[in-house]
Design a protein around this ligand. Structure first.
Ligand code: GLY
Length: 422
């Protein structure tokens, strides 16, 4: 019987996930809450926020959903997987207890300390006096002040000086900049190194790594500008050898699987550890309890296996029963954004060129809205143009050649995605 599958979220990641699921002969209908202009081409968008857990649970019942695949950050800490499972659907994603690994940075810090997982030196505080005393006690140097809860990707602030760290801690803890999300903050010392994004399918007992991807977080070419959700990505990550991948699995992935199971809340779902490769080896920047955006857009086109079958086996605790194969061909994704993102930008502009891309090139929508005669912009990150190639250079050239064909007022993209890898 063909499965009726649900996703929650509205990014390019959800479009890429819906596209990959739609390749499965065992997937019937796909529903996305709330989805975007691209997901509407593949399945049915449900007009519900991804945090509206009651609404999504009711819609899942009304639409006879069999399977939920967790991809975005908000719903899991609010218990969506637990609720759907209780209602009889199968869910691939962490329980609310397991999703604390992303939903509460303070909890994750404690978990990493208990389990001996390498990460930045740091402490959690729920009061400004304690945070300030800790900041004053640290040697001069860059610090990070992070809201413990989810803050739409804006909750981690790098502070070059002690004064900026104190001001940031004050904004979060006293001015409640991120509301309840910054009632607790984590203060960390900076970790020098280079970053890569790991992902793993997890079934509660075992984990299987995906290839690695590199994300470009800053808004502007050359790494200038503000932090964003991600302006582009490529896979495989330059510098990640087979030995490093093995070390990542041993040092920061397997201990999550073992530790979560030992503490009574096995980790089921995709785990996305953000890694800093330091002189002492890989360390955790943060754990994410879902897949990355835009990393997913370059990773899923490389997955040769049936995503639905893999996720279903993992949800059933039986990852060992499926064969997981990846293409050796590299992929490059360029995010085409509204100029001004992540601060202020205008939307509602008609988009042209979405159908003008070469065969085999993907345009995964994010901030798009369907209108009578096409699509208009509706967000900061508008779409990701993804191309594969025999080499990274070929994939990169194709991605840019096709990204240039997408046009709307105030369109902007970085010109250095994957440059380091060619
Ligand atoms: N690209 C980083 C993230 O999805 O959190």
């Amino acid at each position: 019987m063909s499965a009726r599958v649900l996703l929650a979220g509205s990014g390019g990641r959800e479009h890429a996930t819906a596209w990959k699921l739609s390749q499965s002969p065992n997937v019937g209908e796909i529903f996305v809450a709330p989805g975007n202009g691209g997901t509407a081409l593949i399945g049915t968008n449900l007009p519900l926020k991804s945090t509206d857990i009651d609404g999504i649970v009711a819609a899942a019942k009304a639409n006879r959903i069999d399977f939920y695949l967790a991809s975005s950050d908000d719903p899991q800490p609010l218990g969506l997987v637990d609720r759907l499972r209780a209602g009889g659907a199968l869910g691939y994603g962490p329980s609310a207890a397991a999703a604390r690994i992303e939903g509460s940075k303070a909890w994750a810090k404690g978990f990493m300390a208990r389990r001996g997982i390498p990460t930045a030196e740091g402490e959690s505080f729920d009061n400004y006096a304690g945070a300030a005393a800790y900041i004053e006690s640290l040697p001069e140097g860059k610090l990070w002040v992070k809201a413990s809860g989810l803050a739409a990707g804006k909750g981690a602030v790098g502070c070059e000086t002690r004064e900026t760290a104190l001001a940031t801690a004050r904004e979060m803890l006293i001015d409640r900049q991120f509301g309840a999300s910054s009632d607790t903050v984590v203060i960390e010392r900076d970790m020098p190194g280079w970053e890569t994004s790991a992902h793993a399918f997890c079934d509660g007992k075992t984990a299987v790594l995906w290839p690695f991807a590199t994300d470009y977080k800053r808004a502007l070419t050359g790494g200038e500008g503000l932090n964003t959700g991600g302006m582009g990505s490529y896979s495989p990550s330059a510098g990640v050898s087979a030995a490093l991948a093995e070390e990542v699995k041993r040092v920061v992935v397997d201990p999550v699987i073992a530790g979560m199971a030992a503490e009574g809340h096995p980790y089921n779902g995709t785990l996305f550890p953000g890694i800093m490769v330091t002189a002492e080896g890989p360390k955790i920047v943060e754990y994410n309890a879902r897949s990355g955006d835009p990393e997913t857009q370059v990773l899923l086109p490389r997955l040769e296996s049936d995503l639905y079958e893999v996720a279903r086996a993992a949800a059933l605790g039986d990852l060992g029963s499926v064969d997981i194969r990846w293409s050796a061909r590299p992929a490059v994704g360029v995010v085409v954004a509204s100029r001004g993102y992540p601060e202020s930008f205008e939307t509602g502009f008609p988009i042209t060129g979405l159908d003008a891309v070469d065969s085999g090139v993907f345009v995964f929508h994010a901030g798009t809205k369907a209108v009578e005669d096409g699509f208009v912009t509706s967000g900061g990150r508008v779409c990701t143009v993804v191309a594969m190639g025999e080499t990274m250079a070929e994939a990169r050239a194709r991605a840019y050649d096709n990204a240039r064909r997408i046009s709307f007022a105030n369109a902007y993209y970085r010109t250095d995605i994957a440059l380091e890898a060619v």
